[in-house]
Write a protein that binds this ligand. Sequence first.
Ligand code: BGC
Length: 891
Amino acid sequence: MVTLLQKSILLGLLLVIHLTTYALKLSVHDLKVEHLKSPLAIETPAPRFSWKLVSDEKNTLQSGYEIRVGQNRSSLLAGKDLVWNANVSGDQSVLVEYAGSPLQSKQIYYWQVRVKDNHGNRSAWSAPASFRMGIQANEWSAKWIKVAGKDSSARSPLFRKEFSLRKKVKSALVYATAKGLYEASLNGERVSDAYFAPGWTSYRHHLQYQVYDVTASVKSGANVLGVCLGDGWYKGRIGFAGQRNFYGDTRALLLQLEVEYTDGTKETIVTDESWTYAYGPILASDIYDGEIYDARMEIEGWNNIGFKQNDTWKAVETLDKGSEKLVAMSGPPVKKHERFKAIKIFKTPVGETVVDFGQNLVGWVMLKAQGPAGTKITLSHAEVLTKEGNFYTANLRSAKAQVSYVLKNGPEQFFEPHFTFQGFRYVRVEGFPGQLTPDDLTAVALYSDMETTGKFITSNSLINQLQHNIQWGQKGNFLDVPTDCPQRDERLGWTGDAQAFANTAAFNMDVMAFFTKWLKDLKADQLSDGRIPFVIPHVLGPNDAASAGWADVSTIIPWDMYVAYGDRRILETQYDSMKKWVDYISSVAKDDLWNSGFHFGDWLFYRPNDDNDGRAAVTDKYLIAQTFYAHSTQLLINAAQVLGKVDDATRYSALLEKIKAAFIKEYMTPSGRLVSSTQTAYVLALQFDMLPETLRQACADRLVANIRDYGTHLTTGFLGTPYLCHVLSRFGHDQVAYDLLMQESYPSWLYPVKMGATTIWERWDGIKPDGSFQTPDMNSYNHYAYGAIGDWMYRTIGGINSRADAPGYKSMVIAPRPGGKLTSATTELETAYGTVKTSWIMENAILKLHVTIPPNTRASIVLPDKTEEIGSGSYYFECPLLGNKHRSKER
Ligand code: BGC
């Protein structure tokens, strides 16, 4: 006989087993706040929470979630003392907005989430994650400090402060920023592995502070804070006109260390008159020119305890607060990434010692050396060698790009720069004592610490190298701001380049936080009449603004980021800026035509040297401007619709019709020919739906005829290139798009690959077929703009497409379209919901496709012969490959 007690024990056991199986079937991981893992300085009062589901069942959708937030980790786990606890039905798992009691500045919060799904499974609570709120403006008690008198030395000052902590420390946080660049240390150790703090922003409007948790590094008793300052973007050389001191001529530091003891009392150490400074071994540092470091000037132990200051250490001066607003750092910090050893050390024909690292990268060389004190070693940087094999730096223009080290006495010394970065594959070494070996040098790539989200591999090694080059173009030019190039005396946030590349960038890496930070600068630097400067941060002339295809970055990137990451707030934040830009164009347009002002046009389009019969692909600049006027207006309408701004949507829709009508009247013949018979003209007119439906296909066919007329070559520049293959695919010409992609002769994407490129070049023919170079005035070998083809590769070869009506890959279209003799392709994208993967092979004209989509998403699988709707999980499809079909316009 089973007793009642036994029965209930059995039941209880069954329940436990049951619950364990449930928990195994569904779990939650990868918790993020505002797109970041455990951020230390959240500024918004309503941060947003995202998590990913893991499920071993197909067709899993979240049906509800419970989220809880508290100040104390153990209370959180016990479900006590919560500041927010919500139990919500529905499938939102990305960017759920905080709605608890007000969050307090500087406070750390812990949170966790558990979910249930449509199959009746419940997950366990996730492991807790944390976030910390930033510091308010009125909570800074630190004063700005600087060297005494005028800050006229090129040398880097070292600032120090010794202080004592008497009790047991619960937490210690450093809040710091600088005018210039800073490297902070505590007791002789860097406080973080980030570089180039405080980052580059539109300093006059806002300056970012960083937060470092130094709880593990503070000691009871004596401690020392030490900070070194460099010129950086603030005071160093910026822009190609040779200007210095653009933001100010005085480097300064603001730092606050907040200590909380275990007994609940607090102590704050701040920059003030009690700090001292001396000049250290960095004799000069400049982003373009490089750095000079004299090890003999090192001050041994200066930033550690036990150091005795002599009278070279002077009292600092304080500085009044400027007009800039201090804001929490919101983008990813710059960190060290890949390291490269020399693949070759050789003597060039002119007798120079040159090291080849095998990859054009951005960062610096770490050097080991030993020799007599005073020995000077100079490293010069270059991207390419001349056809004779000599070191070539003319394309760096006035950037010296040189780092020099002077040895001190003693054992082997280790060097690396601090406040400069260079774009290079080759390094020329002068003055090295003894025999240089690969062991003496390591090149290290530095760039913004973005998660890699995309993978793309095909059966064609040239295409794989192209993908590699695109990724390295991104790494090299995403060093805190999206730059045109990383090596010459430029390295600026060129807007046209950024808008061309943004979609590709969002496949390769998680760029949401990176662009959110930059768009704040864009908004801050937008001129009062709505014009958008050519570069952001704006460091060129006051009227260098408002070029078509460049200024339209203000509508394009917010929209692209919304579609890729499902972040509606980016549209809310940027909406006024988007609108001001479109209104600016309207204010200068005459009869709805934007046909005035300076424009870069289809920058770097194909142009033969000896152009007697007019083969240069020149597109009328005002025709281009009109298409971007329409595009920006369309994106503004899209944003208005998402944000529920019905009146604006109606008003700008009416405007858009007029813009298109004006385009047709001015630039199109009745039979649908455009005044500029170029690929870019056709591409822009088709991509932005400028033409009546009835004429579009004929126009696309004309585009194909034009491409064939150039021997199946592209002729597009910065503005036409990103859309060229998309337009071909949309109008049933996938095969032509593949022909262009596979083209190996100039101009084409694979031409530089065949010439040995390891990054994307600025020009289609940076190195000409005979090995000679394009003009040194403008010839970068690391310029991501033409890498914009990556978007087409992910979407057409990989087949992974987001949908604007279900952004962030909540719902997606999977539509791989094989071609170009590719026999296989594997593509992956880590979305906010988890990993999307497609992998196909072609066998006997049969497409064999594996697809995986993450929980809480759906996809339409579009195959040549059918369309299927799927929920999460892994699937296999087979179908014969039929002829090209038209592709719908997803974006
Ligand atoms: C930059 C470009 C930029 C252009 C403007 C150049 O100096 O390197 O990439 O977009 O100027 O046309």
